[in-house]
Design a protein around this ligand. Structure first.
Ligand code: ADP
Length: 311
C-alpha cells in the first residue's frame, strides 16, 4: 500500500479504579491521518489541520512514534528505500484528557506499519507508540495508546516487560464525555497526587479493579457499576474541575453505571448500558454544566472494539 487514510480514536484512561493501567477506546471522536510513500527517505509531516502543533519530527508525537517503528524495522528487517509523508487532521483537542497525543502516536505507528507491509502486530505497535507519548507527557506510558490500537477495554498489567491485555466486554456499553473548555496542565494534575496511599484505600482500589475486570468478562452490569469507584485519585483531582461532583451526580441519578475523571481531566466521563440511557445521561450532564458559564462540548460514543483503522 502506498497511500492510506486512517481513523485514530479518542480514548478514556484510568476508568476510576484503574489509574495508569486501564483504558477504553471511543468510536465517534477521533483524528484522521494520511500516509503516503515518497521518494525522499525518512519521515516528513506535510500537513496539520485542527491544532497548532510542531512539524518537526522530534517535537511531534506522531513524528517520534513513526521514526521509532521505521528505525526498528530497518534494524529487524532491511533498509527502506522510500520515505513516508504524514498528514495529521486533529479532531481531538490537545489537553482534553481523551488521548489527543495518544491518537497521533498510535495512528503514526499503525499507518507506518501498513505502508511497510504490516511487519508488526497491533500489540507489538504499542511499544513504538509509547516512544511518541513520552514527548507529550515526559514518560513512556501506554494507558491511552493501548486502547487506541487494540480497541475495547485494555489493561496494562506491567511495563517491565510490557504486558498488555485486551479485556472482553459486553457490547452494549456507551460512554458519555463532557469536555469543559478549561486547561489543566498534566503537570498540575500530577502535582496534586500524593506519593503514599493508605492500605485501606489500596485494598478498596484493587478490589474495584478486579471487580471491574470480572464484571466486564461476566457482562454483569451491577458489578461493573459497583466497581467504577476511585478512592485514591479522584478525591485529590476533582477540585481542578469546576462542578465535577454535580455533573457526576447528575450522570449517576440518570442511570449511568459510573462516572469519573477521564485521564488527567478536565473531561468527565460516564459509562452507560445502552444508547437511550447514554442520551439521557448526556442531557443531564449538559444541563448541569450549562449553569457554569464554562463552554464545553459533549460526546456520546459506543465502546469501539476495533481501535485504529483504515478508512
Ligand atoms: P492529551 O492527554 O489530550 O494527549 P496532553 O496535554 O497530555 O494531552 O498532551 C498534549 C501535548 O503534546 C501538547 O503539549 C502538544 O503540543 C503535544 N503534542 C505534540 N505532538 C502532538 C500531536 N500530534 N497531537 C497532540 N499533541 C501533541
Amino acid at each position: 500500500m502506498s497511500n492510506i487514510k486512517i481513523f485514530c480514536p479518542a480514548t478514556i484512561a484510568n476508568l476510576n479504579c484503574g489509574f495508569d493501567v486501564m483504558g477504553l477506546c471511543l468510536e465517534t471522536i477521533g483524528d484522521e491521518m494520511i500516509f503516503r510513500k515518497s521518494p525522499t527517505k525518512g519521515i516528513k509531516i506535510t500537513k496539520i489541520t485542527g491544532a497548532e502543533l510542531p512539524f518537526e519530527i522530534d517535537k511531534n508525537v506522531a513524528g517520534v512514534a513513526a521514526l521509532a517503528i521505521l528505525n526498528n524495522y530497518e534494524k529487524d528487517f532491511n533498509p527502506v528505500s522510500f520515505g513516508i509523508e504524514i498528514e495529521i487532521h486533529k479532531k481531538i483537542k490537545t489537553g482534553s484528557g481523551i488521548g489527543s497525543s495518544a491518537a497521533s502516536a498510535a495512528g503514526a505507528v499503525f499507518g507506518v506499519n501498513e505502508i511497510l507491509g504490516k511487519p508488526y502486530s497491533k500489540s507489538e505497535l504499542v511499544h513504538f507508540a509509547m516512544k511518541g507519548e513520552a514527548i507529550a507527557s515526559g514518560s513512556e506510558h501506554a494507558d491511552n495508546v493501548t486502547p487506541c490500537l487494540l480497541g475495547g477495554f485494555t489493561l496494562v498489567r506491567g511495563y517491565d516487560p510490557l504486558d498488555i491485555i485486551k479485556i472482553e466486554s459486553p457490547n452494549e456499553l456507551f460512554a458519555v464525555v463532557l469536555h469543559p473548555h478549561i486547561e489543566i496542565k498534566t503537570s498540575d494534575a500530577r502535582a496534586v497526587l500524593e506519593p503514599m496511599i493508605s492500605l485501606k484505600n489500596a485494598i478498596k482500589q484493587w478490589g474495584n479493579l478486579g471487580g471491574l475486570i470480572a464484571g466486564l468478562y461476566m457482562k454483569d452490569y451491577e458489578i461493573i457499576s459497583r466497581s467504577l469507584e476511585d478512592v485514591i485519585i479522584e478525591p485529590l483531582r476533582k477540585g481542578l474541575i469546576p462542578n465535577f461532583d454535580k455533573v457526576k451526580n447528575s450522570a449517576l441519578k440518570n442511570g449511568a453505571l459510573g462516572a469519573g475523571i477521564s485521564g488527567a481531566g478536565p473531561s468527565i466521563f460516564a459509562l452507560c448500558k445502552g444508547s437511550s440511557i447514554a442520551k439521557n445521561v448526556a442531557k443531564a450532564m449538559e444541563n448541569t454544566y450549562l449553569k457554569t458559564n464554562i463552554p464545553f462540548d459533549i460526546h456520546i460514543s459506543k465502546v469501539n472494539d476495533e481501535g485504529v483503522k483504515i478508512i
